[in-house]
Ligand binder design. Structure first.
Ligand SMILES: [Zn+2]
Length: 92
C-alpha cells in the first residue's frame, strides 16, 4: 500500500522510537492535514471520549495491518518523517 485510502496522498515513512508500542522500526503514515479520516477524527474522539485528539491513517508494512495512529496534536510524528532523497530533490 503506497497511498492513503481516504485521501490518496502518498504515505510517508515515519520512524518510531525504539520502545514503541508497535514493535516495528517504522510505519507508513498519511501525514496530510487535509485528509478526511484525520479531520473527522478530531470530532469523533471528542464526541466519543471528550478528548482533543485524532488519528492518522497508517499502514504497517511488517504485519499488513492498517488502521488509526493516534495523535494529540497536528505536529505529532512530523519530525519523524523520513523523506527519501529523490523526493527531497523534487522539492528543490
Ligand atoms: Zn489520508
Amino acid at each position: 500500500m503506497e497511498f492513503c485510502k481516504y485521501c490518496n496522498s502518498k504515505l510517508k515513512k515515519v520512524v518510531l522510537p525504539v520502545d514503541n508500542d508497535w514493535g516495528v522500526d517504522f510505519l507508513m503514515v498519511c501525514m496530510n492535514d487535509e485528509c478526511g479520516y484525520y479531520k473527522r477524527g478530531w470530532d469523533w474522539m471528542w464526541n466519543n471520549y471528550q478528548v482533543k485528539s485524532s488519528y492518522r491513517f497508517h499502514y504497517n508494512t511488517f504485519t499488513g495491518y492498517e488502521g488509526p495512529l493516534h495523535v494529540s496534536k497536528p505536529e505529532d510524528y512530523k519530525n519523524q518523517v523520513i523523506i527519501n532523497t529523490k523526493e527531497a530533490e523534487a522539492h528543490l
